[in-house]
Design a protein around this ligand. Structure first.
Ligand code: SF4
Length: 348
């Protein structure tokens, strides 16, 4: 979760066993991933610093599972997803292993074929769909490009994908503006699934939708996951949705994962002060239960100039002297439950 030098002496990530007692297949391993964007100024465009958008992120994702990623706006969640998919140019450091292969070592051809296995669903379904193409074309464009099905089966294949995603095949000649927001998101899901991916980055896929439509899309994603054994990286700021859909949860703050573990462990026993503050805002559907809200003071610091020591120390109610000077280590507080905080571990 922190830089390589920051994780010395930290144990190997514990992977929970499946119902048969086996270690499930690791589909995606992200290790100490960093993505910095240079800051340039002056006429010559000299580099004067960098924005540490992703600053050491480590997690593993198993086949057929969902990792929920939460955090405030601007904490780097989307950049993590895009960097995993190699949509942001070169990474700054770390590794992205998909089925054991380093994604950043692949040549053009190998990356092109990997694109069918790693897909992304965007937050705004309208702007991510071409307004000039009918829906059938939008869904099938990449299928044709990658020659995924024989020509004679193409039309039936698109019909089938549309049906699987709750869209009527007779609508395939219509254009995106003729559909509602929920249907447009279904089109985006159908477009991603048409390529038979194994891993999908879902970047705030329901936040632009009404609550009733959100539930339909979440249920659709779950159904499709069961059917095709998909793995999702589900990025959201809606904690209730993340709790509903995820198997594991990562909490991001200022480009780093500050807590990561099984959903049940993170939600029932949040350890990091930032996670506690975030989760204290989840509404409880019982009027008798009064929850104490932890209010965070100050705003999120700039990723171009993050605080020294623990990045959260400027807003942490438990801040100690050591927090201002030393970067905390990632610690496995309980099996498979990691936290980056001096309250639970040592420092460099
Ligand atoms: Fe708070 Fe210190 Fe833990 Fe950072 S390391 S979260 S400042 S207690």
């Amino acid at each position: 979760m922190n830089g390589p030098e920051e994780n010395r002496g930290v144990s190997r990530m514990t992977i929970p066993l499946d119902s048969a007692g086996r270690e499930p297949e690791t589909l995606l391993a992200v290790e100490e991933l960093k993505k910095y964007f240079p800051l340039k100024s002056g006429l010559l465009g000299r580099e004067t610093g960098c924005v540490r958008a992703v600053d050491g992120v480590t997690f593993h994702l198993q086949q057929g599972q969902t990792m929920g990623m939460v955090g405030e706006s601007g904490c780097g969640k989307t950049t993590v997803g895009r960097t995993i998919l190699r949509l942001n140019g070169e990474k700054s450091a770390g590794r992205v292993l998909f089925q054991g292969r380093e994604v950043y070592d692949l040549d053009r051809q190998a990356l092109r074929s990997l694109r069918t296995e790693m897909q992304m669903i965007f937050q705004d379904p309208f702007s991510s769909l071409s307004p000039r193409l009918p829906v059938g074309e939008i869904i099938g464009e990449a299928v044709r490009e990658h020659h995924l099905v024989p020509k004679e089966e193409y039309s039936d294949y698109i019909d089938q994908i549309m049906e699987n995603c709750g869209l009527q095949p007779y609508c395939k000649e219509r254009y995106p503006h003729e559909f509602s927001g929920g249907q447009r998101q279904r089109i985006c899901i159908a477009r991603a699934l048409a390529l038979h991916p194994r891993f999908v980055v879902c970047d705030e896929p329901v936040s632009a939708l009404d609550v009733s439509i959100q539930a339909q899309i979440i249920n659709l994603l779950k159904e499709l996951q069961e059917k095709y054994q998909l793995a999702y990286l589900f990025i959201s700021h809606d904690l209730s949705v993340v709790e509903h859909i995820s198997d594991t949860v990562g909490v991001m703050y200022l480009g780093s994962l500050v807590e990561y573990g099984q959903k049940k462990d993170v939600f029932q026993n949040p350890l990091h002060p930032y996670t506690r503050a975030l989760f204290s805002a989840i509404p409880v559907p019982d009027p008798k239960i009064r929850k104490k809200r932890i209010l965070l003071e100050g705003s999120i610091p700039s990723p171009a100039n993050p605080p020294q020591g623990c990045k959260f120390h400027t807003r942490c109610a438990w801040c100690m002297e050591v927090c201002r000077k030393e970067i905390p280590l990632r610690t496995e507080a309980e099996p498979g439950h990691f936290v980056v905080c001096h309250r639970y571990g040592g420092a460099l």
